[in-house]
Structures are given as C-alpha cells and as structure tokens.
Design a protein around this ligand. Structure first.
Ligand SMILES: Nc1ncnc2c1ncn2[C@@H]1O[C@H](COP(=O)(O)OP(=O)(O)OP(=O)(O)O)[C@@H](O)[C@H]1O
Length: 264
C-alpha cells in the first residue's frame, strides 16, 4: 500500500483555554471513505478546516497527497487545493447563478479552458451526479434539497478532484434522498478512485458507505475502525450515539460485508 492520501500527526487544536483536539493521529488510505463522527462541538468541522489548510492546527502536521500543507506557500496551497473538492454543510450554491454556471464556476476560475471545453465538462459532471441536461438551466431556488447537494457535488468534482471532503452531506435530506446521495458517493468513489472524508451523524451513511469510522470524543479519536468494530467499544459516546432501535438497525447493516476501497 502506498503513502496514505491524508496523514495527520500529533495534531492539537486550542482556542484560548479550550483544547478541542489533543494529539490526533490519522491516516486515510487512497480510495477509502472515512466517516468522522463526534458530538456537537467535538471539533469535526474544525478538523476538516485544518485538513484543507483553511486553519492552522495549534500543533502537529497535516500531509495531503504527500505534501505538508503548513509548509506550502499560498500559491502551492492553491495549486494543491485543485486536487480536492469540498462540500460544506452550508455549501450553498450561488443563488443568482444557474446550475450550469455554478458547476462552471471553478472551471472558469482556472482561466485556462475555453467555453466549449467548460460546457463539455459541466455536462459530464451533471450526468455523473445523476442530473439531467435540462437541469443545467435551472436556478438553485427551483431545485429539491437532494438536487442542491448533487449540484454541490458536481461543483466539488468539477476539477477532477482526487480527494473529496464532505461536511454532513445528507443533513436536511429525507431518508430516500439521503440514501440516494450515499449511493452516489459510493458510486463516484468507485468510478473515480476518490478518497473521501465525510463528517456525518447519519447512521445509515456510516453503515452503508463508510469503510471506516473515526470517532472524536474526549478531544481524541477514541476509535478509527470499521463500524462493526467501533460499535463494540464500551465508551459512553458510542453507547449513546448507537443506542436504541436506530443503532440496532445500523448494527445489523454493519454486519453485512462492506464495499472495498476503490470498489475492487
Ligand atoms: N475560530 C474559533 N474560535 C474560537 N472557538 C472556536 C473557533 N472555531 C471553533 N471553535 C470552538 O471549537 C469547538 C469545536 O467546534 P466545531 O465547529 O469544529 O465542532 P463540530 O464538532 O463541528 O460541531 P457541530 O457538530 O455542532 O457542527 C467548539 O467549542 C467551537 O465553539
């Protein structure tokens, strides 16, 4: 196995007196889908921001695709950032732009592509996320919640990303749309060999699409393992999070064989 796509070593995060992360270590393999769970305020979004260089950790190292992001110049970081896509929780589309122009946005920012190439790429990405060509003309206000997420995903993947970071991608979706979106994430991972890091509290996402789950509690990763192993841990967060009928359903689903990284 080659070098992990993402490596975190000895990462600490502190805001004033508040220690959010204490010595986190993590390696995400290429082609893997990693779910990150943790209670509200446990530092999931902050960790995501640190992974993509939006915020420096207080201490420690983050290597993405072999590059130590703290050591890169702003220009190098910008270049590296073209190799990942991000779908933030509030990853709103530009409301004044059509679906087409939203997806075209990062392609136009490159300033190296002509409009004909941009058009081909936008329509390709639109198809990839399961939308119809006619949807390109729609405005964000005319889309369902699931469609908004799909357009956001198409935009995140517009530059042929190798890594995909998702913050609560299924939040606000009904269960059917959420399942369909999970399926889509698995599908694009298999098709493109993407590495995916997904913050989620959606038990179904954890059970159906994540190869491993990293659990943030007590300022640490108390587990980074397949869900079936995570749920065996005797920790109050695990008990509370996976408790009850929903948890039982997840446990049954987790007992099914998971899809393998890279879709092999
Ligand atoms: N820029 C900041 N300055 C000070 N404190 C911050 C800052 N960013 C985050 N925090 C604090 O760090 C902690 C972790 O926040 P974060 O948003 O990462 O948690 P989270 O796990 O994503 O929460 P949620 O699930 O509710 O979105 C919180 O206590 C938050 O108040």
């Amino acid at each position: 196995m080659g070098r992990p796509a993402i490596e975190v070593q000895g990462l600490w995060t502190q805001f004033g007196n508040q220690v959010v992360h204490k010595d986190l270590t993590l390696a995400v393999q290429r082609g893997e889908i990693l779910g990150i769970v943790g209670g509200s305020g446990s530092g999931k979004t902050t960790l995501l921001r640190e992974l993509i260089g939006l915020q420096p950790p207080s201490r420690g190292r983050v290597c993405i695709l072999g590059e130590d992001i703290q050591r890169l110049s702003a220009a190098e970081q910008r270049r590296l950032s073209q190799r990942w896509g991000v779908l933030f929780q509030q990853g709103a589309l530009f409301s004044a732009l059509s679906v087409f122009d939203n997806i075209a946005f990062p392609l136009r920012e490159l300033r190296t592509l002509d409009e004909a190439s941009i058009r081909d790429l936008v329509m390709l990405k639109l198809r990839m996320v399961g939308l119809r060509p006619a949807d390109a003309l729609k405005m964000p206000a005319e889309l369902s919640g699931g469609m908004v997420k799909r357009v956001g995903l198409a935009r995140a993947l517009a530059l042929d990303a190798e890594l995909l970071f998702l913050d609560e991608p299924t939040s606000g979706l009904d269960p059917v749309a959420a399942n369909a979106f999970d399926e889509l994430i698995g599908h694009v991972r298999d098709g493109l060999g993407l590495t995916v890091v997904m913050i989620t509290h959606d038990l179904d996402s954890l059970a159906t699409v994540c190869d491993r789950v990293a659990v943030l509690a007590d300022q640490r990763f108390i587990a980074v393992a397949p869900l079936a192993e995570v749920v065996q841990l005797a920790h109050p967060f695990i008990r509370d999070f996976f408790h009850g009928e929903r948890g039982d359903r997840v446990l049954r689903a987790a007992a099914q064989p998971a899809s393998s990284p890279g879709g092999a």
